[in-house]
Design a protein around this ligand. Structure first.
Ligand code: R5P
Length: 310
């Protein structure tokens, strides 16, 4: 039976692209709110004995989670042979330890909820800082798609004489791989975050940057304060206005306006969270990862092979 891909609200474009690439049906469903704010979910396309693939990016996760949970539960109850989750942005991964006494380790608890919901998961560049892979967080097969090749290709095609700048050492490995793909040099800054919206970065070695177009690259742009702090340093060093590239366009509150006003030459993101800055399409590597994880769950002995090659 053909697989069926369902889009949760706002994920229509990427779901349609995935359905095409996976040669799956695009399923019909209704997801809306009752007047009292409770969620209404109805699956219209038959799912019995079929693999149901739910596409739901999870920025602003608290409001998206319950409809997703209801979709997964409905698909199961209607006889889906498996329920897979494609989360172009996977939320809550940054709170991966108890930084202060009494705090929730949200990444583990959120992963627990998804483990119970689905048979497998594909996510793009989940923020894995203190964990090596999604295996350390998830008990279901979970595959991380790397946006780096798509980002590198965009930089190669669009930015003359780029120098890549990672705004903190958490991004070092990622920036190095984008830089290698783009055939460009890179530097990584030191970041100190003293509050949700208070970020300072160190002055980089400007000899690597001078005469080139700075490209700030980060996995997530949330408040934008990390990028703004780096841009402030570049401006003080009289460097060219940077191109800002983020994988996930979270843009909390006024972040997009603040980043534009801070003097970015251009702001570009991947289409993992729908935003006007989306310019880098990651649907193809997501489709490849979905095919890989389905092959893996069909043949459980192959799990390690798929994890390494995703
Ligand atoms: C953090 O470690 C991430 O890699 C990003 O640097 C961070 O999430 C960006 O956050 P913000 O835009 O709020 O400074």
């Amino acid at each position: 039976m053909k697989r069926v891909v369902f889009s949760l609200p706002g994920n229509e474009a990427i779901a349609q692209s995935l359905a095409g690439q996976l040669e799956a049906d695009l399923g019909l469903c209704q997801i809306r709110h009752f007047p009292d704010g409770e969620s209404y979910v109805r699956i219209e396309t038959p799912v019995e004995d079929r693999e149901a693939i739910l596409v739901c990016t999870l920025d602003r996760p608290d409001e998206k989670f319950l409809p997703l949970q209801f979709m997964a539960a409905t698909a199961r109850e209607l006889g889906a042979s498996r329920v897979g989750l494609v989360c172009p942005y996977l939320a809550y991964m940054r709170q991966d330890q108890r930084f202060r006494a009494g705090e929730a380790v949200s990444s583990l608890y959120f992963a627990g909820l998804l483990n119970a919901m689905a048979d497998w998961l594909v996510a793009v560049d989940p923020h894995l800082h203190r964990r090596d892979s999604l295996d350390g967080v998830f008990s279901i097969p979970a595959v991380a798609v790397h946006a780096a090749p798509c980002v590198a290709s965009w930089i190669r095609d669009n930015v003359p004489e780029p120098v890549l700048i990672g705004p903190d050492n958490e991004t070092a490995q990622w920036v190095a791989s984008v830089a290698a793909g783009a055939g460009a040099p890179y530097v990584v800054l030191e970041k100190i975050r003293s509050g949700d919206r208070a970020v300072e970065v160190s002055v980089p070695d400007i000899s690597v940057i001078t005469g080139r177009t700075p490209v700030l690259v980060d996995d997530i742009i949330s408040t934008g304060r990390t990028m703004i702090a780096a841009m402030t340093h570049l401006a003080a060093l009289r460097q060219r206005p940077p191109v800002c590239v983020g994988v996930h366009a979270i843009f909390a509150g006024d972040a997009y306006g603040a980043l534009s006003s801070a003097g970015a030459a251009q702001i570009v993101t991947c289409n993992t969270v729908v935003h006007e800055s989306n310019a880098i399409d990651v649907a193809s590597p997501i489709a490849a990862a979905v095919s890989g994880v389905i092959a893996m769950v069909d043949r459980p002995g192959d799990r390690n092979r798929v994890q390494r090659t995703s």
